[in-house]
Write a protein that binds this ligand. Structure first.
Ligand code: IMP
Ligand code: MG
Length: 179
C-alpha cells in the first residue's frame, strides 16, 4: 500500500498537533455550550477521534453518511444522503467534522440540510482544505491543513475504498488511478 504513495504530506504527529490546536480552539469558542459534533462518514472517522479527544466540553456526537464520489478521483455534482441521523438538530450548535473540502458541494449540501432543520449555528472543522478545488462558495471554520489541488489519500481518505488506514495523508501516484 505504501508503495502507491508519491509523497507524504502530513504524518500522524502533525495531524495530532492540528487536532489538538483545533480541539482546544473549539473548547474555548464553545465554552458554556453543548455542541453537536456531526462526523461525516467514512472519511472523517480518524479525524473525529483525534479532534474529539481534545475537546473539553460536554458534547453530542452523531455520524452521517453521504456520498459524492463514485469511485473516481473527481467529485460528482450529485450528493446522496446515505445514512441520516435520528437526532433533533433544531436550536443546536452543530460542528461538522469533515475529512476534506474540495468542490465544497458536500459541505453545502450538509449546511443546507442542517439549516433547514433549524440548527442555531453551523461550523465546520476539516482535516484538509483544497481551496483550489472550490465550485461553490463555502468555507471551513477550523482547518487542519491546506492542500494543493491534487488527489490525496490516507488517514480516512480513500481511493476506491482503499488507503483509509494509512497513518498519514499522502499524494497518490497518478499511475494508480490511470490504470
Ligand atoms: P467536495 O464535495 O468536492 O467538497 O468533496 C468532498 C468529499 O470528496 C470529501 O469528503 C472526500 O470524501 C472526497 N474527496 C475530495 N477530494 C479528495 C481527495 O483528494 N482524496 C480523497 N477524497 C477526496
Ligand atoms: Mg468525505
Amino acid at each position: 500500500m505504501n508503495n502507491d504513495i508519491e509523497e507524504v504530506l502530513f504524518d500522524q504527529d502533525q495531524i495530532h498537533q492540528a487536532a489538538a490546536r483545533i480541539g482546544q480552539q473549539i473548547t474555548r469558542d464553545f465554552d458554556g455550550h453543548r455542541p453537536l459534533f456531526l462526523s461525516v462518514l467514512k472519511g472523517a472517522y480518524l479525524w473525529t477521534a483525534d479532534v474529539l479527544r481534545q475537546v473539553d466540553l460536554y458534547a453530542d456526537l452523531e455520524f452521517i453518511k453521504i456520498s459524492s464520489y463514485h469511485g473516481g478521483v473527481e467529485s460528482s455534482d450529485e450528493i446522496e444522503l446515505v445514512t441520516d441521523i435520528r437526532r433533533e438538530v433544531a436550536d443546536r450548535d452543530v460542528i461538522i467534522l469533515e475529512d476534506i473540502v474540495d468542490t465544497g458541494q458536500s459541505l453545502l449540501f450538509l449546511k443546507d440540510l442542517l439549516a433547514q432543520r433549524g440548527a442555531r449555528s453551523i461550523q465546520v472543522a476539516c482535516l484538509l482544505d483544497k481551496k483550489g478545488g472550490r465550485k461553490v462558495d463555502v468555507t471551513a471554520d477550523y482547518v487542519g491543513f491546506d492542500v494543493r489541488n491534487e488527489f490525496v489519500v490516507g488517514y480516512g481518505l480513500d481511493y476506491a475504498e482503499s488507503y483509509r488506514n494509512l497513518p498519514y495523508v499522502g499524494v497518490l501516484k497518478p499511475s494508480v488511478y490511470a490504470k
